[in-house]
Design a protein around this ligand. Structure first.
Ligand SMILES: [Zn+2]
Length: 276
């Protein structure tokens, strides 16, 4: 097992790089025509160029360093001393792995949150019903799992509403939290979520189980990084999840022994202030 501090630093850096990468990628779009105009029509075109750059950088700095953010918060964990953890599973429902995870959860009287892709939920309504019956929460992970960065607010809204509608038809009666595919956070996503008053639930612990590593590696990463109030990102969807199922068993056993309880993101968010 690598030292916990090393893993913690690595995780912070990779999360920061992900967010910065998504955001700065967008700077290129207004810059291309402005650079072109400066080159062809003269220096005064560099004034709007500088204004756009400064504006975007300012918004970005405010977004990264303000607790409240410009448009809506991103919830990464909850500030609490209670030993509560929210396990979350993305990209399902994906039988039989979702059901196997549910069985592990039930064995430990644990609940989790499953951020489902609308298209997959449509294919496996019985698995959605099984998640709800077990007492876990369903979340919305977009309809198509397409990247939302290139979408207009209307496109983002359609992805969210269509999935919400299906999950409600399949029995979800609670507020359905959202998690953007690929953690995309550009303006359209937080804007639409703010208008819908929908929480944007991210995570503070990410063991990268989608890489297909062994269960022990996945579980050790989680055990090193969790603290009271953590939100853990795992995947029940996206292919063969045998190792994730085994890792969930290990995580539940180890953390239960340490006195942790496993709750839905909704329960977790009710016990303390959320942190971005
Ligand atoms: Zn996903």
């Amino acid at each position: 097992m690598a030292p916990a501090i090393f893993l913690k630093i690595k995780q912070r850096v990779s999360l920061a790089v992900t967010y910065l990468g998504y955001w700065y990628g967008y700077l290129l779009i207004p810059l291309i025509p402005l650079f072109y105009a400066t080159y062809h029509f003269g220096w005064h075109w560099s004034i709007p160029l500088a204004a756009v750059l400064t504006g975007l950088l300012f918004i970005d700095l405010a977004r990264h360093f303000s607790q409240t953010r410009l448009i809506g918060p991103i919830i990464q964990r909850v500030d609490t001393e209670e030993k509560l953890i929210a396990l979350t599973f993305d990209d399902g429902p994906n039988p039989p792995f979702t059901e196997e995870i549910l069985a592990e959860l039930t064995r430990h009287e644990a609940k989790a949150t499953f951020f489902m892709i609308g298209e997959e939920a449509e294919k496996h309504p019985e698995t959605v019903a099984a998640v709800l019956k077990q007492g876990s929460q369903v979340g919305n992970h977009g309809w198509s799992h397409r990247h939302l960065l290139g979408k207009t607010p209307f496109g983002v809204s359609r992805e969210i509403k269509r999935t919400d509608q299906l999950l409600q038809n399949l029995g979800s009666q609670k507020l359905i939290p959202f998690r953007a595919p690929y953690a995309a956070q550009f303006i359209s996503v937080p804007l639409v979520l703010a208008l819908m008053q929908k929480p944007n639930v991210m995570f503070d612990v990410s063991p990268d189980d989608w890489r297909g590593e062994k269960a022990k590696v996945i579980a050790d990463r989680v055990l090193c990084q969790v603290q009271p109030g953590s939100i853990v990102l795992l995947h029940d969807g996206g292919g063969d999840r045998k190792e994730t199922v085994k890792a969930v068993r290990m995580i539940l056993m180890a953390l239960s022994k340490q006195g942790y309880r496993f709750v839905t993101t909704e329960t977790l968010m009710a016990v303390g202030p959320t942190q971005s």
